[in-house]
Each structure stands twice: as C-alpha cells, then as structure tokens.
Design a protein around this ligand. Structure first.
Ligand code: EPU
Length: 288
C-alpha cells in the first residue's frame, strides 16, 4: 500500500451544487498513490463546481488531489522565460483557481485573469478548458502533466485537440500539474481586465449552483448563441422541479434552493432540452 488516505464521505459537501451521496474518496498526494488509486475504476473530483452527483453516490473510487498536488510554484523559470513571456514552475491540479488568479494579479502576470470568478480547481479547469468570454485556461498554459492508466506524461497545448470548453484530454486522464505561460504586465492592468470579466458575471447566481448547464450552441448558420438567452426566450426562468430551479438571474444556471436531489436536476435539464428545441451540449458532468 502506498498510503493514500481513504474515507467514505458524502460528496454533496465537495460540490458547489450541494448534491451527491456517499462514496469512497481517495486523497492522493504522490504519483505512487495516484497510480495505486487508478488500478480500480475511478472518477476524479476537482472543485466540484461543474458537477451533478447522484443521490446514491458512485461505486467507483473518487480521487482527490492533495498535498504537493495542491501546491503552486509561480517563480518564473529563467530557462524558459523570454522577454515579457514568462513560464512558471509547477502548479498542482488541486490548486483552487480563484486563489491562483488573485496571486497572478498581485504579481502583475497576465493571461489567466479572464477566468476570474470560476470556482474550480486548476486540474478540472484545464480538463474542460474552463473560461468566460474574457479568457480561458488554454490562454495561459505551457506544459500539462497528465496521469494516465499507462503512466505519467507531459504534453503542450499543441499536442491536444483543445477548443471551446474542451481540452481533448480523455475523461479518465488526470491533470496533475501544469506550468503556466504568462505575459509580464502590471497589477493594475491585470486588475482592470479582471474587473471587466467580473462585470459580465454580475447578474449570475453565485451560491449552490454548478454554473452554466449547457455549452453555447452553434446554430446552423454558424453563429454561436447564448444557451441562457435561448432558455430565457423559451420562458423557463424560475421553472422548478422539486428544489432545483432555473435561476431567475441567468437562465443557463440551475440552482439548489435547499435540499434539491440529483433527480430534480436531471428532470429540470430534460425540461430545458425539450422546451428549447435547439440541440445543446451539456456542460455539467453527471455522475454516474
Ligand atoms: N441572456 C438573456 N437571458 C439570460 C441569459 C443571457 O437574455 O437568461 C443574454 C444576455 O443579456 C446577453 C447574452 O444573452 O445579451 C449573453 O449572455 P452572457 O453575457 O451571460 O453570456 P453567456 O454566453 O450566456 C458565457 C459563459 C459563462 C460566462 C459568461 C460571461 C457559456 C456556456 N457561458 O455566458 O460561463 O460566465 O459568458 O463571461 O459559455 C459557465 O461556463 O459555467 C459560465 C457560466
């Protein structure tokens, strides 16, 4: 045994939606512990901010990065940095994104400030290329370390088929660490960019939600439209199933009014699909 801490825990407390039953959680802090955890079927739990977990939990091991996988070294690497472009040391997949974005602002380092307000961890945010209209994770990545069932490997964004809200990294691969590619700027300029991105989220619900439910679809004429706008136009704001509700602030958000179940959320997603009519890809991850 490699010594990973293993505990049965209610997963609701690890998600921003606050839904999800008990499962076996593996807290891994070394590559050896991770490799052992990956020997049986597993799922990876990051910040739990884009996730709807079943009321009965999941039968698989739930892996959570901790220890050194949740640490960050933002010191520029002189070997890789050139002029205004700097490449940092390693930032763990278990590092919370909001704290990272704040630290980069203080250092006057730009490229990731458009992700301000996203509550996830670095690993999950990279895996889904989380972002806003002001920037996304792949705007600031140099190297990505990935644990796969076949071993650990390091790739660059060019090696991946990434795009809007997708990294091209397979589902069972784990982003363990990344090196960031940043531009030297000033704390003031970075803060100004953060303020602009913040402004765009002002009307969004902040509590007990996994964020936007659907990716913005591309219409047959090639235009990308806001899924929230489509759901709003279908008249669905405020629609409830049990204690899950389509937010009245922004129609692409599902909120937990308190005591919502995964079944409520699934039923509400079905109502949206049916009423909107335009095919939309789910942004939430559903367990199982
Ligand atoms: N709109 C409505 N009704 C609504 C929601 C939006 O009419 O209920 C209209 C707005 O008034 C605006 C337009 O639709 O004219 C676009 O809305 P918004 O600026 O909120 O942008 P969005 O495309 O709906 C995207 C991201 C959000 C991100 C915001 C702000 C997706 C699926 N959504 O939303 O990301 O916070 O831009 O940058 O890409 C997320 O991914 O979890 C998420 C919430």
């Amino acid at each position: 045994r490699t010594g990973a801490r293993v505990e049965r825990l209610p997963l609701a407390r690890y998600t921003t939606l606050g839904v999800g039953g008990e499962s076996e959680v593996w807290f891994v802090s070394t590559q050896e512990q991770l490799a052992e955890a990956m020997e049986q079927p597993y799922r990876i739990l990051g910040g739990g901010s884009n996730l709807v977990i079943a009321d009965g939990g999941v039968p698989e091991r739930v892996l959570r990065l901790s220890g050194p996988f949740a640490e960050r070294d933002l010191e520029p690497d002189p070997q890789l940095s050139t002029g205004t472009e700097i490449v940092t040391g390693w930032v763990g997949g278990g590092v919370p994104l909001p704290g990272l974005v704040r630290a980069l602002q203080k250092l006057g380092l730009s490229n990731l400030e458009g992700t301000v307000g996203i509550p996830g961890q670095v690993g999950g945010s990279v895996w889904m290329n989380a972002g806003t209209r002001f920037g996304e994770m792949f705007g600031g990545l140099h190297t990505i370390e990935i644990a796969t069932p076949g071993g650990v490997r390091q790739v660059t964004p060019d090696d991946l088929n990434w795009g809007y809200r997708q990294s091209g990294i397979p589902r069972n691969h784990i982003v363990t660490r990344v090196r960031l590619k940043l531009r030297r700027s000033t704390p003031g300029e970075v803060q100004a960019n953060m303020d602009a991105a913040d402004q765009a989220r002002k009307g969004q619900p902040k509590n007990k939600t996994p964020g936007c439910a659907f990716k913005n679809p591309t219409l047959p004429d090639g235009h990308k439209v806001s899924a929230g706008k489509l759901i709003d136009e279908a008249g669905l704001k405020g629609t409830r199933v049990g204690n899950a509700m389509i937010a009245s602030e922004h129609a692409n958000f599902i909120v937990n009014l308190g005591g919502a179940t995964a079944a409520d959320v699934h039923a509400l997603l079905e109502v949206i699909r049916e009423k909107v009519g335009v095919p939309m890809e789910l942004e939430y991850e559903l367990w199982p």
